[in-house]
Design a protein around this ligand. Structure first.
Ligand SMILES: O=C(O)[C@H](O)CO
Length: 379
């Protein structure tokens, strides 16, 4: 029997490679002869650089950049071959870089992403894959653009400040000082979701709360991004706010659409192609995917759904394991339509979040072992 194991990371707990290894170990407790193919996944969010570098035999490079709250930190990017760089926005502006009580989407900046792009261009990279997702930011990529030489100005002609806050006063964008290398570099943008920039399904409304925004701040940040979209249209004639993916990573997707020679793609598709998922699915009996939290956002293009859609195309059944899973049948039905036929919670009993994060490895093994035992019974 052949099982393809293609999970994302369990945030704040296990990397995608560790999740895949735990599922394989648990499954083999029940069915030791199974050929388990472990393919750690990512969809643009944290872990994307590592997963693509591992899949392509590249290496990580490190440099000092501006962190999410303006502090200096050491971040990384990936080098694949001679000319390709992978940069994930989570490396310098990621939610997992901040403790829960430090999260502040009003001030958080994407400046570090711009600095990582510059670092890659400085050493001759011409093809850049950008991973969007897992961010602590909601600044629409304003910080990134400033790091790359754009001037974002208020109505007195002064540079706006960091974060979503700065966008409230944005009145004009001057691209005359933009790094010239951006004209010739090719960007592929791997988005973890397909949300638009603004509105009820936009970056602030859907992802603001997980970054620490309350209802009032969500509204204010949505208005800031709407102002940003208006100024982009006025200054450069691009209308980006309703385009799918513009709302990824706190609106960073919008900046790539407006200012770069870039195409936005579901991140999981880029990842599946990089590991040659199609050939691994040949002759597979089952695909197991998973993510720390599986919910209605999963439908918007996150790893489990991306993997399930690809498995469905090959006629291979796909199931998922999650730390937390949907508790509404409508969400389960919607996931099932996309090919994710069943979703299993890994928790063996009531426990608090810290305990669940700590025991994720054991819980994954036990759940995978039970699934393997059930498969042995019914096949
Ligand atoms: O970073 C974020 O805002 C979410 O992961 C959606 O892209």
């Amino acid at each position: 029997m052949k099982v393809v194991i293609a999970p994302d990371s369990f945030k704040e707990s296990l990397s995608a490679a560790e999740v895949a290894a735990a599922i394989a170990a648990g499954w083999r407790m029940a069915l030791p002869a199974t050929e388990c193919i472990e393919l750690p996944m990512a969809d643009g969010g944290e872990g994307t650089t590592q997963a693509l570098v591992t899949a392509s035999g590249g290496r990580l490079e490190h440099c000092d950049v501006t962190g999410p709250l303006g502090e200096t930190m050491t971040a990384f990017w990936g080098r694949i071959g001679e000319h390709t760089a992978v940069i994930e926005c989570a490396a310098s502006g990621g939610l997992d870089l901040l403790a829960r009580d430090q999260r502040d989407p009003w001030r958080a900046t994407t400046r570090g992403t711009g600095e990582l792009i510059r670092a890659a261009l400085d050493v001759g990279m011409t093809d850049i894959i950008i991973g969007l997702g897992g961010s602590a930011t909601n600044d629409g990529g304003a910080g990134m653009m400033q790091a790359l030489g754009a001037r974002l100005l208020d109505d007195s002609g002064a540079e706006i400040g960091l974060g979503a806050e700065g966008l409230e006063k944005l009145a004009a964008i001057d691209l005359s000082g933009l790094d010239k290398r951006l004209k010739t570099a090719r960007f592929q943008v791997a988005c973890d979701v397909d949300n638009p920039l603004t509105g009820p399904n936009g970056a602030s409304a859907i992802f603001g709360p997980q970054k620490g925004a309350d209802e009032a701040l969500v509204k204010r940040m949505d208005a800031c991004l709407a102002n940003y979209a208006r100024v982009i249209t006025e200054c450069i004639g691009e209308k980006v706010d309703t385009i799918a993916g513009a709302g990824a990573a706190g609106g960073l997707g919008a900046a790539f659409l407006a200012f770069f020679n870039a195409s936005l793609k579901p991140g999981i598709e880029i990842m599946l192609d990089a590991v040659d998922m199609d050939s691994h699915l040949e002759g597979a009996d089952l695909v197991i995917t998973g993510e720390g939290r599986i919910d209605s956002q999963t439908e918007r293009g996150k790893t489990p759904v991306g993997v399930a859609r690809r498995a469905k195309r090959h006629g291979v059944p796909c199931i998922a394991l999650g730390g937390s899973v949907p508790d509404e049948v409508e969400v389960l039905e919607a996931l099932s339509k996309q090919g994710l036929k069943a979703v299993f919670p890994i928790l063996p009993g009531v426990m608090d979040l810290d305990q669940a994060l700590e025991q994720a490895d054991t819980n994954l093994k036990l759940c995978a072992r039970n699934l393997g035992a059930f498969w042995a019974l019914v096949r």
